[in-house]
Design a protein around this ligand. Structure first.
Ligand code: 13P
Ligand code: SF4
Length: 311
């Protein structure tokens, strides 16, 4: 007999997720680019650095990551004894894909002697080839901590590399990658929206193009943008990063107005996670992300250097 499967409402899904989260002794971590309803059920929301710190120190047995592959891999590197769940394994990062391990290996060989600094938005196997890791919130601090004796190959993001280079004295050589969601924002679009909202401050992520960053009142990570708004008196803001961040910004600042710099700034991979997939993942304890021990050990060295600098 063909039994019809009842589709659960969002409320029912949330109730079931909470039951299964308890059963599994799981912690739910969600990046601020996740859909709003997912951010609302998470134990912790934030930027890549904050979520890595939570993954490293959680006492839960299971980490359910609402984000993309490299974030779940980072959690697995930092907490190898935990089960790390990513509700949809197709949630990757096109920027990380732009630095395939084979190409990176060849480039490092060609550029010796060189220090390799990898943005966390990279494969675990690329982190394993790196001397240091960073996120958008500590790239400048990490770069400043590195000796100036050698040049720094910064990968995969050319925009974050240029931003970091502009704030430090190091000689930084950018890889050719970029984030499609951030790189699509053009100077003309920004000038247009600034014209529509002349009172608004422009806040952008350093993954944006340099000519866009040049127009900004503030450049920072997603957490940096959230903190900036919390501490600022202005009533209107143009937000130059992935539109998921508008959810916490509006929720935390009901008297302020926010305008996306472009409605096209959507990370399709981040949006692959859904309440249905979270519930299924908690029930089945799948799909799991586990970094092979040989790669994990090497990647941990670069990640730990970053974690130490960001304490
Ligand atoms: P942060 O979380 O460091 O702000 O980075 C944004 C991003 O693109 C994550 O994929
Ligand atoms: Fe990758 Fe950009 Fe999506 Fe972040 S927002 S996961 S950098 S594609």
């Amino acid at each position: 007999m063909n039994k019809k499967i009842k589709k659960l409402s969002n409320q029912e899904l949330i109730e079931n997720i909470l039951i299964w989260k308890k059963k599994r002794d799981a912690v739910i971590l969600a990046h601020v680019y996740q859909p709003g309803e997912i951010q609302d059920i998470a134990d912790f929301t934030g930027d890549s650095l904050f979520l890595s710190q939570q993954a490293a120190k959680t006492k839960a047995s299971v980490i359910l990551f609402c984000g993309v592959q490299f974030m779940a891999e980072t959690a697995s590197i930092l907490s190898p004894e935990k089960i790390v769940l990513l509700p949809d394994l197709h949630a990757g990062c096109p920027m990380a894909d732009m630095a395939p391990v084979k190409e990176v290996k060849a480039k490092i060989k060609e550029m010796q002697p060189i220090t390799v600094l990898s943005y966390v938005n990279s494969f675990a196997s690329v982190k394993a080839l790196s001397d240091y890791c960073c996120t958008s919130s500590n790239a400048v601090k990490v770069a400043q901590s590195i000796s100036k004796e050698k040049d720094i190959l910064f990968l995969p993001d050319k925009n974050l590399a240029r931003f970091t280079a502009s704030k430090t004295k190091q000689n930084i050589i950018p890889w050719k990658g970029y984030c499609p969601a951030h790189n699509l924002l053009t100077k003309d679009e920004v000038l247009h929206i600034k014209n529509l909202h002349p009172q608004a401050l422009l806040l952008v992520h350093p993954e944006c193009r340099p000519e866009v960053c040049d127009l900004a009142d503030y450049i920072g990570s997603t957490k940096g943008i959230i903190d900036f708004v919390k501490d600022n008196q202005a009533k209107e803001y143009i937000i130059g990063t992935e539109i998921g961040i508008l959810h916490p910004l509006k929720k935390n600042n009901p008297s302020k107005r926010f305008y996306p710099a472009s409605n096209k700034m959507v990370c399709q991979d981040m949006k692959l996670i859904s309440l249905e997939k979270i519930l299924s993942s908690l029930k089945k304890l799948e799909p799991q992300v586990k970094v092979p021990e040989k790669i994990r050990k090497k990647a941990l060295i670069a990640l730990n250097r970053m974690m130490e600098i960001s304490k």
